[in-house]
Design a protein around this ligand. Structure first.
Ligand SMILES: CC(=O)SCCNC(=O)CCNC(=O)[C@H](O)C(C)(C)COP(=O)(O)OP(=O)(O)OC[C@H]1O[C@@H](n2cnc3c(N)ncnc32)[C@H](O)[C@@H]1OP(=O)(O)O
Length: 410
């Protein structure tokens, strides 16, 4: 292996980069239409290649996303298609590509980077922390869904997927201000990622269906995007697979779950990634009927420029704390800094003062959107609290009304 070079992947190399992606994910090259879709998507992204001479040993792309953070949003490269040739594994190819991404972000107004990990063990070493979690839920819908609250009685209506970007887009945008961790979706993303006729991960599922709450001349009060699976054996009921459910109120949410659980010829509703604080988990009468079957780290965040990231979000309470941050990949983040927060302002300045808390940059990333409590990390032995009450003070400042959450896997 000659010395690796980490550089841009020109358009002329995109086809072999896609071949590498199919190879490492044990996938079959897409059919023509899908191939063109992926090619066009990759061309819209920033691209990093690891070149061993002329051979492409590694590849990744960064979507140019905008991510909601508490109180606002930030530009956020979204890493995906991370692929290292099987001939070049464990020789620092991924490490070199990630370092190149960080170089491109630092000082360019991109203080955070996000990804979904193929394996949870990979990205912590690079300073990524799991910033949102998903809860997979399974509902036994062979009997009526038992709920402790009254469902909203407004009419339900089916929405043509073709109209979804216009009908659901503005509603989804509004939810981004409620929950951190959500990426802005343009029409192309709605159509390409959310509403393709065939589900990429499960081709046996039917086409996308959308139900909205509220009459056609009323503002939407909630919606669900779902697909159904028909069983060939008439003795076995089918499945409703929920991709996304958003609602204004618990009553609106109850109406949508009632609808999904009531679809004829189905006996199970599965939702793969609800927010851990989704109201369904509390207002379901029978938690044997509505079961949380898995919890998983969803969106991973890296604070590439800790100061810029911290001062860009809003804060729920006043705090004045010295943080000692460890970051062995980006030295500018490492050291002691005084964090001063209030609901109106935030400063973050280097200081020689002794630390109240010592923490790794990956753990700060896990707490950044408000999804993980610092106190829990102290209890787990990951964060050191030098001043009693410092973790509680930081938690009070980080707190958000609703937990961060996203189902926009990329
Ligand atoms: C955001 C996304 O796209 S996620 C998709 C990630 N890609 C895949 O899973 C496709 C198949 N796998 C691959 O292409 C490669 O094995 C990769 C990308 C996971 C790793 O690439 P490599 O070039 O081998 O990683 P690299 O040599 O830089 O390893 C860096 C460190 O991570 C560790 N590491 C790498 N892969 C893994 C893994 N799968 N599990 C645990 N640790 C890992 C290495 O041991 C090394 O540890 P060290 O720093 O203690 O020595």
């Amino acid at each position: 292996m000659s010395e690796l070079q980490f550089r841009d992947v020109p358009e002329s190399d995109v086809d072999r980069a896609l071949e590498l992606w199919w190879l490492v994910f044990h996938d079959r090259p897409d059919e023509k239409e899908k191939r063109a879709y992926h090619r066009a998507m990759v061309l819209r992204c920033d691209r990093v290649g690891a070149y061993d001479g002329e051979a492409l040993a590694g590849f990744l792309v960064a979507h140019r996303f905008t991510l909601s953070v508490p109180g606002g949003e930030l530009p956020c490269p979204g890493l995906t298609f991370v692929s290292v040739a099987p001939t070049h594994r464990r020789r620092g190819v991924l490490s070199g590509m990630i370092a190149e991404v960080f170089r491109r972000c630092a000082g360019h107004g991109r203080p955070i980077v996000a990804l979904w990990a193929s394996e949870a063990a990979i990205y912590g070493r690079f300073g990524f922390g799991a910033a949102t979690y998903g809860t997979s839920v399974e509902i036994n819908s062979t009997r009526p869904l038992a709920l402790r609250i009254e469902a909203d009685r407004r009419p339900l209506r089916l929405i043509d997927p073709g109209d979804a970007p216009d009908e659901l887009g503005p509603y989804y945008e509004a939810t981004r201000t409620r929950r951190a961790g959500r990426i802005a979706r343009d029409t192309r993303r709605w159509r390409g990622e959310w509403l393709p006729e065939t589900d990429e991960d499960d081709e046996e599922l039917g086409p996308p269906r959308i139900v909205g709450l509220g009459a056609a001349d009323e503002p939407l009060a909630g919606y669900a995007v779902y697909r159904t699976r028909r069983e060939d054996d008439p003795a076995r009921p089918g499945t409703v697979q929920v991709a996304e459910l958003e609602a204004d109120t618990p009553a609106a949410e109850a109406a949508l779950w009632n609808y999904l659980a009531g679809i004829d010829l189905t006996g199970t509703v599965r939702a793969w990634g609800l927010a851990p604080d989704d109201p369904l988990l509390l207002f379901a009468t029978d938690r044997d009927q509505v079961k949380a079957v898995a919890e998983f780290p969803a969106l991973w965040i890296r604070l590439v420029d800790v100061g810029a990231a911290l001062t860009a979000r809003s804060w729920a309470a006043e705090a004045a704390l010295v943080l000692e941050v460890r970051d062995d990949r980006i030295p500018a983040n490492a050291g002691r800094f005084r964090l001063t927060t209030s609901p109106h302002a935030c400063t973050y300045e280097p200081t020689p003062a002794p630390a109240d808390l010592t923490l790794d940059v990956r753990d700060l990333a896990a707490c950044y959107l408000g999804g993980t409590e610092v106190r829990r990390l102290v209890l787990a032995g990951l964060v050191t609290e030098h001043t009693a009450g410092a973790a509680a003070a930081l938690d009070a400042a980080l707190r958000t009304t609703e937990l961060p959450h996203t189902v926009d896997e990329f």
